[in-house]
Design a binder for this molecule. Structure first.
Ligand SMILES: CC(C)(COP(=O)(O)OP(=O)(O)OC[C@H]1O[C@@H](n2cnc3c(N)ncnc32)[C@H](O)[C@@H]1OP(=O)(O)O)[C@@H](O)C(=O)NCCC(=O)NCCS
Length: 216
């Protein structure tokens, strides 16, 4: 079975309305469908890499290749876990959690997007809460970082609800323009104080060596 060789396929995060899991090919196909339909208002660009600025067909293909790239380049010292969020049996978006030298540094970053029809209904908060629980409870993180452009109220709203504090500014070139990013930081005490969403984690134990946390 694939999970015997790549135990991340057996990992599940469950919140009141969502299941988060490593996508199989059918899940990836559904995520690609969502990307093809559009992830945001084309007038805005919420991502540092403007991967959505292309046709629906190419956007869909890039979702597949991005997922396969993350699988192929995984190492315990530098990993990016990309999960799909599933509500009522339907893939609604994706949430990642990533780290470099996690076993030593104990800091994770995150990234996410939802299909447009699923935005603004609290799912973004719920799926970020799920990977924060994986990071802090499951893996022993000490902090999580995030960043959103100053016009991205939804991403900033998720961070605010989950307890992140402002942590300075980064500047980016996006579509050839200078764009301000708001850096955010969530330490363990703030995470604990803001935590309101129940998260159940199963299938983690055999994955720990892949996160650099147990003898391999
Ligand atoms: C960012 C994203 C994942 C957030 O998920 P979401 O489900 O839409 O957000 P939530 O419904 O959980 O909202 C979280 C908070 O932000 C607020 N919020 C959400 N959308 C908002 C908007 N468009 N304008 C202002 N506030 C907004 C919500 O009101 C909520 O706060 P509240 O409960 O106090 O009212 C989602 O909107 C998305 O995929 N956007 C496009 C891609 C993107 O921007 N990705 C992140 C790049 S950094």
């Amino acid at each position: 079975m694939i999970a015997d060789h790549w135990p991340l396929f057996g990992l599940r995060l469950r919140t009141p309305r969502l299941e988060l899991r490593v996508p199989d090919l059918a899940d990836l196909g559904r995520l690609a469908d969502l990307a093809a339909a559009g992830v945001h208002d084309p007038a805005a660009m919420p991502f540092v890499t403007a991967w959505t600025d292309t046709t629906g067909e190419r956007r869909a293909r890039s979702v597949l290749q991005w997922a396969w790239t993350q699988w192929g380049r995984w190492s315990p010292a530098d990993w990016s876990l990309q999960l799909v969020a599933v509500a009522d049996g339907q893939v609604i978006g994706t949430q990642d959690v990533n780290a470099k030298d996690f076993a030593t540094v104990r800091v994770v970053g995150t990234g996410s997007w939802l299909g447009r029809e699923h935005q603004g209904r609290g799912f973004g908060t719920e799926m970020r809460a799920a990977v924060l629980d994986l990071a802090f409870t499951g893996l022993g993180a000490e902090a999580a970082t995030s960043e959103a452009f100053e016009d991205n109220d939804a991403s900033y709203g998720v961070s605010r609800k989950l307890g992140y504090a402002d942590d300075g500014t980064d500047w980016h070139a996006v579509r050839g323009r200078r764009v301000r990013g708001r850096r955010l930081l969530l330490d363990r005490p703030r995470w604990q104080a803001a935590r309101t969403i129940d998260v159940e984690i199963t299938g983690l134990e055999p994955c720990l060596p892949l996160f650099g946390l147990a003898g391999d």
